[in-house]
Ligand binder design. Sequence first.
Ligand code: URA
Length: 270
Amino acid sequence: MSQDRPLNNAEMLSVLDWYRAAGVDTAMGEDPVDRFAQKPPAPAIMPPRAAAPQTPPPVAAGPVGGDPSEARQLAAAAGSLDELRNILNDYNGCGLKFRATQLVFADGNPQAKIMLIGEAPGAEEDRQGKPFVGRSGQLLDRMLAAIGLDRSSVYIVNTVPWRPPGNRTPTPEELELCLPFLHRQVELVAPKLVMTLGGPAMQTIFKTTNGIIKMRGKWQNVAIGAHEVDALPTLHPAYLLRNPPAKQQAWKDLLSLRMKMNSLGLVEKA
Ligand code: URA
């Protein structure tokens, strides 16, 4: 196949798909620029010291575009999950929104006693607007089924409701802007038990920098917004797909969740 022929439509679309999956989603110009061919800029001529202009001190780097106190105010105003979803749909403070296809608010049963918190939507979740519907979601469904649960007996959310470009981990600034909404969501659902999936969700909810391997399987009472709840960190299904022997540990955590449910009389199914 010649390397020089122009790409056909299907090939161009697949290149765009590939760029998008890699997080390249902004066109910078009409024409390509060969930056290797560019000459380095001429060295700047420094003014004499005495004549140095007085520049203002740099402004501390805040969250790009958003104000966490605005996010807190907006989230606190939501009196129901529907209101919260509408507020989030209109919210423009977090840059993730502009790279994502749509809001991924939640899935499952808002009346459920068990809440699962993942990290962030991936490509399939971004397409469908629901958390955990890709490959790791299918494994999650099987994990839940193993202890007699399904999406009618749990409520599923993520720490951020928009897909980070290229599936990267959300930045601390993005988390800070999205957390008030997650906190309000937890307050409105008021689950009796929470299970976090994977390291980033665990670190966010347990407010720790410890790793997931150290933390998983240990119940702790945590405050999520104004809601206090017993929470259990477990491994992320995507990690289990890459590392099947770790399913043994996830199974222990699932049994621990089931036993806790039984001991609290939260017998939904099974
Ligand atoms: N991984 C997550 O953490 N959340 C999803 O919704 C999908 C994959």
